[in-house]
Design a protein around this ligand. Structure first.
Ligand SMILES: O=P(O)(O)OC[C@H]1O[C@H](OP(=O)(O)OP(=O)(O)O)[C@H](O)[C@@H]1O
Ligand SMILES: O=c1cc[nH]c(=O)[nH]1
Length: 194
């Protein structure tokens, strides 16, 4: 652990690395376990549809789709929800998640949908994603998968499938790095340096 090591995000606050929470192989093993949990809970994969929330939920959904296909020997529909954050001067709660209009990639009506994201924090992204999902159709059910649950919920939202639960302080940040987006693969715990 390189606790004294500090990194500065471009044009962002100074961050101090506190430690690595997951390596690439730990992420892989966790996704394999989650794929088995999904299949077990849903009694197979025939009615499943996986939806990744941009950005890092998308490669997670694609990877889990392939893992489930390997287990069940049946292809699984995989789609995308694009959520952007807008800073609203009237908001006291930080940037507001807003869904960008765009196709999910398959018809969600009647399906057992699994929404996927890398980090669950306040729950506001998932709330926006649920609103958007129901604008696209009426799923039979919606389950939530997150790689990391770091606590600090501001809404009554919880994950159905959780990679790791990591209690954090509000000064800490979970940085999930996935090779498809970051050309790196690990989960880091960082802290605002001042
Ligand atoms: O529960 P919430 O408080 O809504 O926070 C969780 C969201 O925050 C992160 O997105 P981030 O803002 O880091 O964007 P990015 O992953 O697309 O860079 C993460 O990917 C989740 O989507
Ligand atoms: O710590 C956090 C909080 C929200 N989103 C992240 O990616 N990390």
């Amino acid at each position: 652990m390189a606790e004294e090591m500090a990194e500065t995000k471009k044009d962002g606050p100074k961050l101090r690395l506190k430690g690595r929470l997951m390596s690439a192989s730990e992420i892989e093993r966790t996704l394999v376990r989650l794929a088995h949990e999904i299949v077990e809970k849903n009694d197979g994969a025939t009615n499943l549809g996986l939806i990744g929330i941009k950005r890092r939920g998308v490669p997670l959904a694609q990877r889990l789709g392939k893992l489930i296909e390997k287990i069940e020997k049946t292809p699984v529909d995989t789609g995308v929800l694009d959520i952007s954050f807008y800073r609203d001067d009237l908001s006291t709660a930080g940037p507001r998640p807003v869904v960008t209009k765009g196709a999910i990639g398959f018809d969600v009506t009647g399906r057992d949908i699994i929404l996927m994201d890398d980090v669950l924090y306040t729950g506001r992204t998932i709330r926006a994603a649920l609103d958007a999902l129901f604008d696209h159709g009426r799923p039979k059910s919606v389950q939530l998968l997150v790689l990391i649950d770091r606590g600090h919920r501001e809404l009554p939202i919880q994950s159905t499938f959780t990679g790791r639960t990591i209690p954090t302080s509000s000064r800490e940040i979970i940085e999930v790095k996935l090779r498809e987006i970051d050309e790196d693969e690990q989960v880091l715990l960082v802290e605002l340096a001042e």
